[in-house]
Write a protein that binds this ligand. Structure first.
Ligand SMILES: NC(=O)c1ccc[n+]([C@@H]2O[C@H](COP(=O)([O-])OP(=O)(O)OC[C@H]3O[C@@H](n4cnc5c(N)ncnc54)[C@H](OP(=O)(O)O)[C@@H]3O)[C@@H](O)[C@H]2O)c1
Length: 317
């Protein structure tokens, strides 16, 4: 199953594989296993630090005849230190080189925050901080400048589709006023604790496809020492009881809750069994009552908020 993107009509798979925290030493094997299992969408980013290894997995899968490049939908993201117009294309091209491919199916701005440039020869990926791992240095790059440079990636054939991530309604509405190419995808944190109904409604109204990230809510953040005191979504009654009725796992229920709302999902796992399990999340339906019970878990708990790093990065305030 897929979502048809506006402007290009390209189909984006509804279930993809997320690459954040996929361990570098096993990343090529994991990507190969994901493709072998049937995943066709890979969600990467410069910031994940594993693009070279992910590309190795892709190359091996193509060499072994599992897929052709055109069967895959490869997403990457522009990091915040490269928002100035002169850095956008060189960075996207550098990322293509790391992957060993010649175009991205989708390229997103990772966060609408611009940070001081860091030369990749000095430090890559640069993350949020300076060399001291403490200081955050902002840059004065208006988002319009970055978006205009993103559009040039489409003209140059570097990216077939472009989109935004971690953006709220006000910024999306602003981009729509000047965009030559409107964002085709919005990728945001979305799970039953942060269901994002108004934002999803806005995106649907504007013809922007939505990809939900961190579908398992706090699960991804526990290993980073975050999400303390937040009950695992897997343990919530509304999720566990639907899983029991359907003889599916709570993880599969959470993914289906999103896809039944028309959202694409990109679960991540370093575990081969869960890789298969997560892909098999479209073969059953939750009832309206089950979906309603899960909807009631919304508490506006946001796990991924740059304001936790520096209050000047409060993009969701
Ligand atoms: N645009 C952005 O700013 C942004 C931010 C965050 C994430 N993302 C993207 O979204 C992807 C997914 O989000 P995410 O990585 O935060 O979290 P996620 O997919 O919601 O959760 C991953 C966590 O759940 C565990 N898990 C995976 N499948 C499971 C299953 N079937 N049963 C039990 N546990 C399971 C994983 O552990 P194991 O690995 O041990 O299985 C890991 O701890 C990322 O990889 C990335 O591509 C984008």
């Amino acid at each position: 199953m897929s979502v048809v993107l506006t402007r290009t009509g390209i189909k984006m798979p509804l279930v993809g594989f997320g690459l954040w925290k996929v361990d570098k030493p096993t990343c090529a094997d994991t990507v190969y296993a994901a493709i072998k299992a049937g995943y066709r969408l890979l969600d990467g980013a410069g910031d994940y630090g594993n693009e070279k290894e992910a590309g190795e997995g892709v190359r091996r899968a193509i060499a072994d005849g599992l897929v052709k490049r055109e069967d895959l939908f490869i997403t990457s993201k522009l990091w915040n230190t490269f928002h100035a117009k002169e850095h956008v294309k060189p960075m996207a091209e550098m990322q293509l080189k790391l992957w060993g491919i010649d175009y991205f199916d989708l390229y997103l701005t990772h966060f609408p925050c611009s940070l001081a440039y860091v030369d990749p020869a000095h430090r890559y990926p640069p993350e949020w901080w300076g060399d001291d791992k403490k200081t955050v240095t902002l840059a004065n790059v208006p988002y319009q400048e970055t978006w205009t440079a993103m559009e040039e990636l489409v003209d140059a054939g570097v990216a077939k589709n472009i989109g935004v991530s971690n953006t709220q309604g006000s910024l999306i509405l602003d981009v729509m006023k000047y965009a030559r190419y409107q964002p085709q995808v919005l990728q945001v944190e979305c799970h039953p604790y942060l269901s994002q109904d108004p934002l999803v409604k806005l995106a649907k109204t504007l013809g922007i496809a939505v990809t939900a990230y961190s579908s398992f809510g706090p699960q991804s953040y526990f290993e980073l020492g975050m999400g303390e005191g937040v009950t695992a979504l897997f343990d919530q009654d509304a999720v566990a009881s639907a899983a029991k009725r359907l003889k599916k796992s709570p993880a599969q229920v959470l993914l289906r809750w999103a896809t039944q709302r028309g959202l694409a999902v990109i679960p991540k796992t370093n575990n081969e069994k869960r890789l298969m399990e997560n892909l098999d999340c479209l073969s059953f339906d939750l009832t309206e009552q089950e979906r309603d019970a899960i909807n009631k878990l919304n508490k506006n708990i946001r796990l991924n908020d740059p304001a936790d790093i520096d209050p000047r990065l409060a993009i969701f305030a």
